[in-house]
Write a protein that binds this ligand. Structure first.
Ligand code: ADP
Ligand code: MG
Length: 297
């Protein structure tokens, strides 16, 4: 393609809300034959809501959520926000004062830990519980399996290393997700999903959206590793993500595409920014690049 064609291509992109950071980014895009999607906030809406709670002690719901919210209010994670929102609704109070949390720690990809009312509260996934030697009662296991089968994320809560409840959070697919995957398939482009979420939930979401290859329980550097593995097996990879935890993978990919509504760090790490946050624009960007680079040769 001539420099003029590249300029026209990036200009057309910009006019459609697809910010292409330079000619190389546009050029790399037409060779893409694998697209790696982050799950949360990329394939899914990214605004999870609490849909179910199972208490395993005689604690009442309000009291349970007060403790959980006290710990989670310190976290920026979308799951934490969902939990705090739900706790507010239960209190029927937009600005509640939660009990004080001390020694708050956020454990990336696992959950949170804090001291509330002199008790240690853990909120997170199975790995978080395993790492703290918290045994999972059979009721909790069942609730987790049930949630995962319905593509929900199960979150475990323990007080002083004893499981007191499990809650389920739902984050539905974006309306366009299935169609985007099926159009990519028709373009001979393979779709792969990577997520920090657990295998059960990840597989359910992947089945729903029509993706066959799934990598779950992946830490940020493992997301980037997966991109490199695919490259080593002959894939030209576009990575699509929205979160801080996607930025190493966005950098590792041949083309990093950030969802515009995502975090600044992801936007910075990306080669292309989908300003309108539409998943369809992954296809628009590839089409645009193919038109710019394939036709003229
Ligand atoms: P994703 O790649 O889907 O954005 P993360 O790597 O951020 O996922 O998190 C992976 C998993 O760790 C979550 O699905 C959840 O089970 C657990 N987790 C992380 N942060 C929190 C939190 N603040 N509260 C509860 N669970 C959490
Ligand atoms: Mg995400």
């Amino acid at each position: 393609a001539t420099p003029t064609a590249v300029m026209v291509g990036t200009g057309v992109g910009a006019s459609q809300g697809i910010l292409i950071k330079g000619g190389q980014a546009l050029e790399n895009t037409h060779k893409v034959n694998c697209v790696v999607f982050d799950k949360t906030g990329t394939l899914t809406i990214g605004k999870p809501v609490v849909v179910n709670t199972k208490l395993l002690t005689n604690m009442v719901l309000r009291e349970f959520y007060e403790l959980v919210a006290a710990a989670e209010v310190n976290s920026e994670h979308p799951l934490a926000k969902a939990i705090v929102e739900y706790a507010k609704k239960l209190r029927d109070d937009e600005n509640p004062i939660w009990p004080e949390a001390r020694d708050f720690v956020s454990i990336a990809g696992h959950g949170v830990k804090a001291m509330v009312r002199n008790k240690e509260i853990l909120v997170g996934n199975k790995s978080l519980m395993e790492d703290h030697n918290v045994a999972l009662p059979i009721d909790a296991e069942e609730m987790l399996a049930e949630a995962e089968a319905m593509a929900q994320t199960g979150i475990i809560v323990s007080i002083n290393r004893e499981v007191v409840g499990v809650l389920a959070v739902s984050d539905p697919l974006k309306p366009a997700a299935q169609e985007v995957i099926s159009i990519l398939k028709s373009m001979k482009i393979r779709s792969i999903m990577v997520t920090g979420d657990n295998w059960g939930t990840a597989n359910s979401i992947a089945r729903e959206v029509g993706i066959e290859t799934v990598i779950a329980e992946a830490k940020p550097d493992q997301k980037a590793e997966k991109v490199k593995d695919l490259q080593a097996s002959g894939c030209r990879v576009a990575m699509v993500g929205d979160g801080i935890n996607d930025s190493p993978a966005l950098v590792a990919a041949d083309v990093g595409m950030a969802i515009g509504a995502g975090t600044d760090i992801a936007i910075e790490a990306a080669d292309i920014v989908l300003m309108k946050s539409n998943l369809e624009d992954v296809i628009t960007a590839i089409d645009l690049s193919r038109k710019t680079f394939s036709r003229i040769r």
